[in-house]
Design a protein around this ligand. Structure first.
Ligand code: 5AD
Ligand code: SF4
Length: 486
């Protein structure tokens, strides 16, 4: 007999689109003693899909689970709790999750007490949750991006109340502070500075799945970074869908991303990165703060999305290529060697071969250090999807053409990425050693070049000086100069 639900709150994409300009609530998490022993002697396995935002959320999920007594296992067959923290940005990410859910279905036969959880961006979509209800009864808990901090309560509902849970909110979202975290790395940390997105690029589902833009208080961020530095963390990556919109929602103060970056520049953390920047909102003040150098790393991820004005307009990106070009010029006038990277989408509705060829030329002219290329994936309920549906998808680019264009841009990426890397041959760069395998160390330089070198003194997680001897993409080679003493 199938179990009843203790909660049944379904997502609603129409509500998720609304922006009511209400003040954001700040919730402070603490573990309810009722839940604190539920995981004792039990194990969990967590699979994370998608962006850094999801990786950061997974660290919070782990923090709560371990506070409840659960311990991590790296294989789902041994787990008492399996969590899928999912991504909705492209259809193939969703299909992979459905494949995995099918694959592990039989695990419940061996362990009837196994709990299966679906959370993250897919849970925020009506069609997905309906499909889970109908075709994947093995899933016990579904919750979304706004209520990660309630996973303890949902597990209680399943174990103690013997119920299933669907609890997804399609509201604008709160900020939840004080959630415990178990970080994946002990030298590099994600730091959320804001949540949500109000850009509504026409292709993108994120404003629906993650709610409105809401900024964490500067004090909370600065204190987190200072504590991380004290604990021995070397690098923080500040996270937001559009970090340049940081602070726009403060009604009691004027405090921008440039102000935040400048305040973090004064802390003891050795490396600061941030992602993602929006070309329209990246202001001169931020570039001037970046130019102070020091702990602010010379890498800027500045997604262009398309190199065609026609397509950029349809995407609602709110800039054109000459504006973007001027931004690159300004940034490079401060840092000639900065690593500028970008996301690019091909095969957006109406991208004919003429528009693609123009876009290709523009992308080539940007001389990126690296590009991430994606085939456009129509996302239900987004503006681009609905507009295209009206004309029976007659403006859609076929999958084969998308594939060819992805390949064209991947080849271009290899050429330009290698050209960029050649500039560093003969230079000494600073690398954090992320792993050592068979006497070879791997890590990233300040400007985010992947580097490998034979180990002399280097230890995992140390900052090391490396002389670059050979440019390569994706990995350049070098030799160790000396370990930086801390
Ligand atoms: N299809 C393909 N790629 C997308 N992205 C966002 N939405 C879509 C979509 N519907 C890409 C953008 C973004 C990156 C994280 O994912 O390039 O910058
Ligand atoms: Fe999506 Fe655009 Fe927001 Fe990025 S800025 S998350 S692409 S809507």
């Amino acid at each position: 007999m199938s179990k009843e639900y203790s909660k049944m709150n379904m997502p609603n994409m129409t509500l998720a689109r609304k922006r009511l300009n209400k003040n954001t609530n700040v919730i402070r998490y603490s573990l309810n003693p009722l839940y604190s022993k539920l995981g004792e002697g039990k194990t969990y396995h967590l699979k994370t899909y998608g962006c850094q935002g999801n990786l950061a959320d997974s660290e919070k999920i782990r923090g709560i689970l371990e506070a409840m007594g659960y311990s991590y296992v790296d294989c789902d067959e041994k787990a008492d709790l399996i969590i899928f923290n999912t991504c909705a940005i492209r259809e193939n990410a969703e299909n992979r999750v459905f494949g995995e859910l099918g694959r592990i279905k039989n695990l419940k036969k061996e362990n009837p007490n196994l709990i299966m959880v679906l959370c993250g961006c897919m849970s925020q979509e009506e069609n997905i949750v309906n499909k889970i209800k109908e075709k994947y009864p093995q899933v016990d808990i579904v919750f979304g991006t706004h209520n990660i901090h309630k996973i303890d309560e949902y597990i209680y509902d399943v174990i103690v109340e013997k119920k299933k849970v669907i609890d997804v909110y399609s509201f604008e979202g709160d900020i939840v502070e004080d959630v415990p975290v178990i970080r994946d790395h002990n030298k590099k940390a994600w730091v959320n500075i804001m949540y949500g997105c109000d850009e509504f690029c026409t292709y993108c589902i994120v404003p629906y799945t993650r709610g409105k833009e809401r900024s964490r208080m500067p004090e909370d961020i600065i204190n987190e970074v200072k504590s991380l530095a004290k604990e021995g963390y070397v690098e923080v990556t500040l996270l937001g869908q559009n970090v340049n919109a940081y602070g726009n929602d403060f009604s009691d103060r004027k405090y921008t991303f440039a102000n935040l970056l400048d305040d973090l520049y004064k802390t003891d953390i050795k490396r600061i990165r941030f992602t993602t920047s929006h070309p329209r909102d990246l202001d001169d003040e931020t570039i001037r703060v970046m130019a102070k150098g020091g702990n602010i790393m010379p890498h800027l991820h500045l997604p262009v999305q398309s190199g065609s004005n026609n397509i950029l307009k349809k995407m609602n990106r709110k800039y054109d290529i000459s504006y973007y070009q001027e931004k690159l010029k300004l940034i490079r006038s401060y840092f000639p060697l900065i690593n500028i990277t970008a996301d690019i989408m091909v095969g957006f509705n109406g991208e004919d071969s003429d528009l693609f060829n123009k876009a290709y030329k523009f992308i080539d002219s940007c001389k990126y250090g690296e590009t991430h290329i994606f085939p456009y994936s129509p996302r239900p309920n987004t503006k681009a999807y609905l507009e295209s549906q009206k004309i029976k998808f007659s403006d859609a680019v076929n999958d084969f053409t998308k594939k060819l264009r992805v390949n064209d841009l991947l080849s271009l990426n290899e050429i330009n990425a290698l050209e960029y890397r050649k500039k560093f041959v003969g230079m000494i760069v600073e690398v954090i050693v992320e792993k050592i395998e068979n006497g070879i160390a791997f890590g990233h330089s300040s400007n985010y070049l992947e580097v490998k070198f034979p180990v002399v003194d280097a230890l995992e997680n140390e900052l090391v000086y490396v002389l670059i001897t050979k440019a390569g993409y994706p990995i350049s080679e070098g030799v160790e100069k000396n370990v930086i003493k801390k």
